[in-house]
Ligand binder design. Structure first.
Ligand SMILES: *Cc1c(COP(=O)(O)O)cnc(C)c1O
Length: 489
């Protein structure tokens, strides 16, 4: 008989040992000490090592044999944590990625342990229901009716792709089976839109060349320019697949005028998609939600809880005002997975998502909302905006910096101008080196971008630990490096 000869796999005993809470605690302890060290402002904010220096550390043969948990924990402490970006360090003010909320972090092991795939209800009974629940909360905040719906996504890029795929299904219902044909429609977006929009255009088969940008005024899409563009296109018999507005643009955190843009879209019968990956979280704030006036008029909305709601990646959302729009986006049949004969509303999210196997990320979002409450997250949004305003005012008082814009949220671009003796080209080089050198110092970490053809410094303030004192330290540190660079010229 087969079973008498079949011994358990030797790995099973290791697996069982690793399920013990004491082993779990060792891993959790690594993360918890990271939280504690960054709270004490200990250690560098980021690494000074080059990619090849880090690569050398890990350049070793495929491990054929098992190692002890303790050996691995030692390596995590010595070789991973120190050279990671310490987003929870109060002077990390770089990209739009959060020092994540701890209750959501501690939920990750549960999500992973259960490993429920939200492709279909039968694989993720609670996860599927929770996903519908958190989506309905977010839809309600956006002012959408009970007919709305949505899906969790890996982030804003996938959410915008999905929203525009739904727009394509509405504009070109045969595209799924027949392709988009020889005369593709165009997509319109602001000149400061995220690359997710052109990428979606290319993915949808309309071609990047048919993603047209609308000029801005003060970094916001100019509604008059949009209306003129739409009229010209109509005159030329070109169809418009969708207009993409932005709430919280990547470079400057600017908010497009949704009411004005929605009126144009309504007049011409055009799908309006909102890229609110960053800024839709203003809906949680009583002070700032006015910047989103008109959001209830958009047909699809990308909103990333892993940005301003401080969830650990990944958790993005795509919300639609009419759930049926999303049901039409992916017309896939898969008898081994989806039950086509369902009479009532389908709970299966796989029909509404680019992904098949998918983590139940709704769980950590649900836990974060339970633990901290939506109002406190709204207050946090206000705090970040207040910090940006504080930094803007500090910059006004320092002659060696200029601010490029007033902050509309928690993103701010500014430029080192130093003694005033350098021309703009020389300042481009100084600003480029300044950011590199400052980040290498380990004191703080900022980012940079190009605005109006010039190199500028950029910060995103989304760390609850960052204080006005940290902002002053960052500006002082940048000024010191800038002055040194000027002397070296
Ligand atoms: C961050 C961001 C994106 C991309 O979102 P991911 O979650 O990184 O995919 C798109 N648009 C805007 C405005 C963003 O801020």
């Amino acid at each position: 008989m087969m079973e008498t000869r079949l011994a358990p796999p030797t790995i099973l005993s290791e697996i069982e040992v690793d399920t013990a809470p004491e082993v779990a605690a060792k891993f959790v302890e690594v993360a918890a000490s990271y939280f504690a060290e960054t709270r004490r402002r200990e250690g560098r904010v980021s690494t000074a090592l080059s990619p090849s220096e880090i690569a050398r550390r890990f350049d070793e043969p495929l491990p054929r044999a098992a190692h002890s948990v303790d050996a691995i924990i030692d390596r995590l402490r010595a070789q991973v944590i120190p050279d990671a970006n310490h987003l929870w360090h109060p002077r990390y003010v770089g990209h739009q990625i959060a020092g994540p909320l701890p209750a959501a972090v501690w939920t990750e092991p549960i999500t992973a342990a259960l490993n429920q795939s939200v492709a279909v209800f039968e694989m993720s009974p609670v996860g599927t229901v929770l996903e519908h629940q958190v989506i309905s909360w977010l839809c309600e905040l956006a002012g959408f009716s009970s007919r709305s719906g949505g899906t969790l996504t890996s982030g804003g890029t996938e959410a915008t792709f999905t929203g525009l795929l739904a727009a394509r299904a509405a504009a070109l219902p045969d595209a799924w089976t027949d392709g988009i044909g020889a005369n593709p429609p165009v997509l319109l977006c602001g000149e400061h839109a995220h690359y997710a929009v052109t990428r979606a255009g290319a993915q949808l088969g309309i071609g990047m060349r048919n993603v047209l940008s609308v000029p801005s005024r003060e970094y916001r899409m100019d509604p008059e320019a949009l209306a003129a563009r739409v009229r010209d296109l109509r005159h030329d018999n070109r169809r418009v697949l969708a207009v993409v507005a932005t709430a919280g643009s990547t470079a400057t955190g600017s908010f497009d005028d949704l009411d004005a843009i929605a009126s144009i879209c309504d007049e011409f019968g055009i799908w309006l998609h909102l890229d609110g990956a960053h800024g839709a979280s203003a809906l949680l704030s009583t002070t700032h939600r006015g910047r989103l006036r008109g959001i209830d008029r958009v047909r699809s909305l990308a909103w990333d809880p892993h940005k301003m709601m401080l969830l650990p990646s990944q958790v993005g959302t795509l919300l639609v005002r009419e759930a049926g729009d999303l049901d039409a986006a992916f017309s896939q049949r898969a008898p081994y997975l989806f039950n086509d004969a369902q009479a009532e509303k389908s709970w299966d999210q796989g029909q509404r998502s680019f992904m098949c196997s998918r983590r139940a990320d709704a769980l950590k979002l649900w836990v974060a909302l339970q633990r901290y409450g939506a109002d406190a997250l709204g207050d946090l949004y206000d705090y970040f905006c207040d910090l940006a305003r504080f930094m803007f005012e500090e910059i006004l008082e320092r002659a060696y910096f200029v601010a490029l814009h007033e902050p509309e949220c928690n993103i701010l671009c500014f430029r080192y101008v130093g003694s005033g003796r350098l021309n703009e080209d020389a300042l481009d080089a100084v600003n480029r080196d300044l950011r590199e050198r400052y980040n290498q110092s380990g004191e703080g970490w900022i980012t940079a971008t190009n605005l109006g053809g010039r190199r500028v410094l950029r910060v995103t303030l989304m760390n609850p630990r960052t204080t006005p004192g940290d902002i002053r330290d960052i500006l002082d540190g940048l000024a010191r490096v800038g002055a040194r660079l000027e002397r070296e010229l």
